[in-house]
Design a protein around this ligand. Structure first.
Ligand code: HEM
Ligand SMILES: [Cu+2]
Length: 535
């Protein structure tokens, strides 16, 4: 009913999108910009994924077979930079653009022209980064952390990489400002802060993290630039500087950055589990406070990445205890998700499958994180494949699975068509099995001492590495199913109702809009009775 009145209201002043390519260049529409972000992220996921497969190909067996060590290091560096800044972050910004206005009953983002800029900076930033591959000496090869002195010993790709980071940071900050302004100013009447859907809450907190830490990263890399080209010695011990200073600056950005990638995932999962358990989210307000606590704690734990630099004992102790504290609010979240499922009338469509796998596998990544937070233990784990296993568990069956879950969940809303459920489930099972074959053995080789970021290794690590590489190829190729399912749903298929999922209207405003929603939605605020007390 609301959908119908809503449509009738805008017969005269509604205008559809412009036609052709210029539609996408000049668009200020949150749905268009959301689509641009999501498509870009998907392309970058495959670019970064191809690099990962080059890495795993070389590591399939001991010895050097396919690439030389310098190129191998360029691949580990670019793979990480592209996955973090090109795939995971833009994908979540895409979800935010599509969903936040529809979820809070706003007609668009608050700053639509800036929104256009936030997106269109990205292709230039990625072009700069990719151009380094074709330069003399190749792309940056010192790891995504860009540690000096190593990074300063590379070629003249550094200014390109740094300028790319500046642009990416500008884009992120503009996107973050937009989200905060939208949520604080454009909520429908009656949508108080404590009624916001969890996805919106997690994004608001993420946006504050972005604004706080992107400038730190931009500053740190600018200091690298002046060290290399303008004779400063910020990180050069011979000139009175200190390379460890860079590590502090990097990780003051870097640890919040990992939460920038996981908090919106928590939001997506907190939308999906209640829908498929057909219950409101258990412990909504504790979810909000837990997310905020994780956000705050993420600023005070950074040096757990640097236990091996020789910091004072007090520092080791402090960072150990502070890091362990994060397990408390994280535990609250996992408890609440499980309690939401408890005695729920659950069904297991693809979004729910990915959400459940997220809860199980992200928690495993959290547990290895706790092991590493203990500084004396981490002296053993640091810079081994154990670290690689940890962060891939939180990022792949964590953040990336949340992105899959969210895409399957909202795809019928976006396209107006149901996706192919059978293929969705095939994608789920192939991904979930292969991701564990890929990353679980890395715990063992890591504990046995295999270092990270190396193209060759001792023969005793051969079996587990072969397994890992086999898992990687299955995982990589399974993602083609995902692309096929998405394209198929865009092109046609069974019509989706506005509710899409049984009972979804009890789980958010977006399910009161038609599927697909018209180009402009909530040009009139939703009726107050539609705003939920409980999600
Ligand atoms: C319970 C929560 C977590 C704890 C206690 C934790 C702890 C740690 C520690 C101590 C390290 C450094 C280990 C070393 O290098 O020796 C580390 C590395 C890392 N963690 Fe976590 N972590 C947690 C959650 C996460 C999440 C949610 C993400 C991302 C979504 C993440 C991503 C990473 C990454 C990318 C690295 C490696 C960075 C690098 O050296 O390149 N972690 N974690
Ligand atoms: Cu950290």
């Amino acid at each position: 009913m609301t959908a119908a009145t809503h449509d009738a209201h805008h017969e005269h002043h509604d205008h559809g999108p412009a036609k052709g390519f210029m539609r996408w260049v000049t668009t200020t529409n949150h749905k268009d910009i959301g689509t641009l972000y999501l498509v870009t992220a998907l392309i970058m996921f495959f670019v970064g994924g191809a690099m990962a497969l080059i890495i795993r190909l070389e590591l399939f067996e001991p010895g050097m077979q396919w690439v030389d060590p310098l190129f191998f290091n360029q691949m580990t560096t670019l793979h990480a930079l592209i996955m973090v800044f090109g795939a995971v972050m833009p994908a979540f910004v895409g979800l935010a653009n599509w969903m936040i206005p529809m979820m809070i009953g706003a007609p668009d983002m608050a700053l639509p022209r800036m929104n256009n800029w936030s997106f269109w900076i990205l292709p230039f930033a990625f072009a700069l980064l990719a151009s380094t591959l074709f330069m003399e000496g190749g792309a940056p090869a010192a790891g995504w952390t860009l540690y000096p002195p190593l990074v300063l010993q590379g070629g003249n790709h550094l200014p390109f990489a740094i300028f790319s980071v500046h642009l990416l940071g500008m884009s992120s900050i503009m996107g973050a400002i937009n989200i905060i302004v939208t949520v604080f100013n454009m909520r429908a009447p009656g949508m108080t802060l404590m009624k916001l859907p969890m996805f919106v809450w997690t994004w608001v907190i993420t946006a504050f993290l972005l604004i706080a830490v992107m400038p730190v990263f931009a500053g740190a890399v600018t200091m690298l630039l002046t060290d290399k080209y303008f004779g400063t010695s910020f990180f050069n011990a011979a000139g009175g500087g200190d390379p460890v200073l860079y590590q502090h600056l990097f990780w003051f950005f870097g640890h919040p950055e990992v939460y920038i990638m996981i908090l919106p995932s928590f939001g997506v999962i907190s939308q999906i589990i209640p829908t498929f358990a057909r219950k409101p989210l258990f412990g909504y307000s504790s979810m909000v406070y837990a997310t905020a606590s994780i956000g705050l704690l993420s600023f005070i734990v950074w040096a757990h990445h640097q236990y091996t630099v020789g910091m004072p004992l007090a520092g080791e102790l402090y960072f150990t205890y502070a890091t362990m504290l994060i397990a408390v609010p994280t535990g609250v979240k996992v408890f609440n998700w499980i309690s939401t499922m408890w005695k729920g009338a659950m069904t297991f469509e693809t979004p729910m499958l990915f959400a459940i796998a997220f809860v199980v596998l992200f928690t495993m990544g959290g547990f290895t994180g706790l092991m590493m937070s203990i500084s004396p233990a981490d002296l053993q784990y640091h810079d081994t494949y154990f670290i690689v296993a940890h962060f891939h568990y939180v990022l792949v069956p964590g953040a990336v699975f949340a992105l899959f879950a969210g895409t399957y969940y909202w795809l019928p809303k976006w396209t107006g068509h149901k996706y192919d459920e059978r293929l969705g489930q095939l994608h789920f099972w192939l991904s979930t099995i292969s991701v564990n074959v890929l990353f679980f053995p890395q715990h063992f080789v890591g504990l046995a001492g295999m270092p990270r970021r190396i193209p060759d290794y001792a023969v005793q690590f051969a079996e587990f590495n072969a397994m890992s590489s086999a898992g990687a190829f299955v995982f990589g190729f399974s993602q083609l199913i995902f692309v096929y399912v998405v394209i198929k749903a865009i092109k046609g298929g069974e019509k989706a109702s506005s509710e899409v999922w049984e009972g979804a209207e009890n789980h958010g405003l977006e399910w009161h809009l038609p599927s697909p929603p018209p180009y402009h939605t909530w040009t009139e605020a939703p009726a107050p009775e539609l705003i939920l007390d409980k999600h």
